[in-house]
Write a protein that binds this ligand. Structure first.
Ligand code: 13P
Length: 261
């Protein structure tokens, strides 16, 4: 059975002290569960201190971004190579990177490869804009994002990659339109279909696919319950320990229902 993945993306929020306080709250309210994996992606600055404070049996760390070269004259950047002993996961190609920082699919491809090369599991974010959706281009965008970003990935490596479907229009910081679970199910099915085309049936089943976009405690069970959805990537609600605990609780309930008695 695949473990349900619940990822907190704190984005550019919380200084180191605030991050530590929120992690402390997570520790108080979120228990270990063998079928759930809870991952925290704080700012780059908080990764090191949180790695010391964190109960690693309970939580895992993720980076929000990193540069694809391992070292060199790239002022201001931090590489996946530098993060390799610190994080288990690395978010790659988040729409904020694409929209605000002009990150191209080619750069995302290099970053996916760099994460894998350094033993970090990429959480590859894909998803269309509102304009693309309105133009009926969702499948085309999913196809383009996947085929470009995974170009350097072998069939041995693909099963260890997480794909997060985050339609840009459903993210609270963008247009914030509510996503329909039936549409999300179709998109997730299409992602698996593309993985099957590229890597075969086994990989399509094994790869973990998450949904992200305005997930909160009141609707988490709906998104987690979508067939083929292996977890959620949470932004705003992850900054509130009560809401995030509610999301993890929804995952607990689902895991309990799924586990054969
Ligand atoms: P929200 O949950 O705030 O919509 O953010 C989603 C997201 O971008 C997670 O990476």
């Amino acid at each position: 059975m695949k473990r349900i993945l619940v990822v907190a993306n704190w984005k550019m929020n919380l200084n180191t002290h605030e991050a530590s306080t929120l992690l402390h709250r997570y520790h108080q309210h979120i228990a270990t569960h063998r079928d759930i994996e809870v991952v925290v992606a704080p700012s780059l600055l908080s990764l090191q201190p949180l790695s010391v404070e964190m109960d690693r049996h309970r939580f895992r760390l993720a980076s929000q971004d990193a540069y694809f070269k391992d070292e060199g004259s790239y002022t201001g950047e931090v590489s996946f190579a530098m993060l390799r002993d610190l994080v288990h996961y690395g978010i790659v190609g988040h729409s904020a990177r694409r929209v605000y920082f002009g990150e191209t699919l080619e750069v995302i491809r290099e970053k996916v490869a760099a994460a894998v090369r350094n033993g970090i599991t990429p959480i590859l974010c894909i998803g269309e804009t509102k304009q693309e959706r309105d133009a009926g281009e969702t499948k085309q965008v999913i196809h383009d994002h996947l085929t470009t970003a995974l170009k350097n990935i072998t069939s041995d490596e693909i099963e260890n990659i997480v794909i997060a479907y985050e339609p840009i229009w459903a993210i609270s910081t963008f247009d914030g339109e509510p996503a329909k679970p039936s549409d999300m199910q179709k998109a997730i099915e299409y992602i698996r279909f593309q993985i099957k085309e590229l890597y075969g049936e086994r990989a399509a089943k094994a790869v973990r696919v998450l949904y992200g976009g305005s997930v909160s405690d009141d609707d988490a069970s709906v998104f987690l319950g979508i067939p083929g959805c292996d977890g959620v990537l949470v932004g705003a609600a992850s900054l509130n320990y009560a809401k995030f605990t509610g999301i993890v609780d929804a995952a607990y309930r689902l895991a309990r229902e799924r586990r054969p008695s």
